[in-house]
Design a protein around this ligand. Structure first.
Ligand code: TYC
Length: 100
């Protein structure tokens, strides 16, 4: 007699949430405050009061989280914003880091 063995394969579909990345604005001594505000508005779609608050926090504390995005979006926006400063010869810098 033949024994048929049927293998049941269980697939656990665990959907991992992609890690989010923070875009961080770093303070420097040279970039004009108004220019920082302009860049925040242009790249991160912030209004005047939101961008002023973020700029002032970075100015006073050394850095400020601007927003969180999927990794590629965070990196692209950080580069775009940093490049706008670079075009004007400012050392303005946006970095990215993964959320815990
Ligand atoms: N510290 C700059 C100044 O006094 C303004 C500034 C604020 C620059 C925030 C960068 O992330 C920054 N002109």
């Amino acid at each position: 007699m033949k024994t048929a063995t049927k293998i049941h394969t269980k697939t656990a579909t665990k959907t991992e949430r992609p890690k989010l990345y923070k875009v961080i604005l770093l303070n420097d001594d040279y970039t004009p405050r108004e220019f920082v505000v302009l860049v925040l508005k242009a790249v991160f779609r912030m209004n005047e009061s939101q961008s002023s608050r973020v700029m002032l926090t970075a100015h006073q504390k050394g850095s400020c989280v601007v927003a969180v995005f999927a990794r590629d979006v965070a990196e692209t926006k950080a580069k775009e914003a940093t490049d706008l400063g670079k075009e004007k010869g400012y050392p303005l810098f946006f970095s990215t880091e993964p959320e815990e």
